[in-house]
Ligand binder design. Structure first.
Ligand SMILES: C[S@@+](CC[C@H](N)C(=O)[O-])C[C@H]1O[C@@H](n2cnc3c(N)ncnc32)[C@H](O)[C@@H]1O
Length: 229
C-alpha cells in the first residue's frame, strides 16, 4: 500500500492536515531534547519528512522503512535511508541516542516487539519520540475529526493518489491501542519517564520516553509538556 501512495504521499499529508503536520513533526523532533550531533533513527521514515527535520536540527539521522517505494520517493539531504523491518533493526545494542517515528505505530503488526527492538538499539538515557493520530476527548471535535477522516480524507486520496489506501486511514485508528495501554506498552518495552502530549486539540498525540537502564545520561535540552499547536 505504501509503495502505491509514495509519489503523492507528502502532498496528500499537507492537504488532509491543512499543513498542521509540519508543526507536529517539529514537536516530535523537539521531544527528543538531545544534544546536536546525537545519532537518531527515524523508524518507518517513509519519504523522509522527519529525517529532514532531524537534519535541520543538526542530528546525525538514519532512516529505516520497509517500503521500497517510500524510500525511492524520499528526499533527504545527507542521511542514509535503509530498507528494513522495525522488528529487526540493523544496529548493534545501544548504538543510537534517539528514535523518532511518525504515524507508524498503528502500522506495526507487532507493536510490542517493535518497541522492544527500539529499546534494544537505544543507549540507556536515550530518547524516543512517537507521533501518531489520536481521538480528541472533546465530543464536537471528535465528531468533526471522524467525519473529516471518513469522508474528506478518502476523497482527497482518491483524487490525488489511491482511493483504497486512504479508505484504510480511518480504519487504521482501530489498530492503535488506547492511550493507557499504549503508554504501558512503551514502559514495558524498557522506557521510563513516559509522557503523552495531545497536539491540536487531541487529533494527534506525541509520546516521549527515556530508555531506562544504568549509564551516563546526556543532558536534555529541555522538557516540553504544553501544547502550543
Ligand atoms: C503513514 S507512513 C509514515 C511515514 C513517515 N514516518 C511520516 O511521518 O510521514 C507509515 C510508514 O510505516 C512503514 N512501515 C510499516 N510497517 C513497518 C515495519 N514493520 N518496519 C518499517 N517500516 C514500516 C511504511 O512503509 C510507511 O512508510
Amino acid at each position: 500500500m505504501f509503495d502505491t501512495i509514495a509519489p503523492r504521499y507528502e502532498v496528500v499529508n499537507t492537504l488532509m492536515t491543512f499543513g498542521l503536520d509540519r508543526g507536529w513533526r517539529r514537536r516530535t523532533v523537539a521531544g527528543l531534547a538531545l544534544a546536536p550531533g546525537s545519532r537518531v533513527l527515524d523508524l518507518a521514515c517513509g519519504t523522509g519528512d522527519l529525517v529532514r527535520r532531524l537534519e535541520h536540527e543538526q542530528y546525525v539521522a538514519v532512516g529505516v522503512d520497509v517500503s521500497a517505494g517510500m524510500l525511492a520517493a524520499a528526499r533527504v539531504d545527507r542521511s542514509p535511508l535503509l530498507q528494513g523491518d522495525g522488528l529487526r533493526l540493523p544496529f548493534k545494542d545501544a548504538a543510537l541516542d534517539g528514535c523518532v517515528s511518525g504515524f507508524a505505530l498503528r502500522n506495526f503488526t507487532d507493536l510490542a516487539g517493535t518497541l522492544g527492538e527500539i529499546a534494544r538499539v537505544l543507549r540507556p538515557g536515550g530518547r524516543a519520540s512517537y507521533l501518531d493520530v489520536d481521538e480528541p476527548t472533546a465530543l464536537l471535535l471528535r465528531a468533526a475529526n471522524r467525519l473529516w477522516c471518513s469522508t474528506a480524507v478518502p476523497a482527497i486520496g482518491a483524487l490525488l493518489s489511491d482511493a483504497a489506501a486512504y479508505r484504510y486511514l480511518p480504519r487504521s485508528y482501530a489498530y492503535l491501542p488506547p492511550r493507557a495501554s499504549l503508554l504501558a506498552l512503551v514502559a514495558a518495552a524498557g522506557f521510563e519517564d513516559v509522557t503523552h502530549v495531545p497536539l491540536s486539540g487531541g487529533i494527534t498525540q506525541l509520546v516521549t520516553a527515556t530508555r531506562a537502564g544504568l549509564g551516563l545520561r546526556r543532558p536534555l535540552r529541555s522538557r516540553q509538556q504544553a501544547d502550543p499547536a
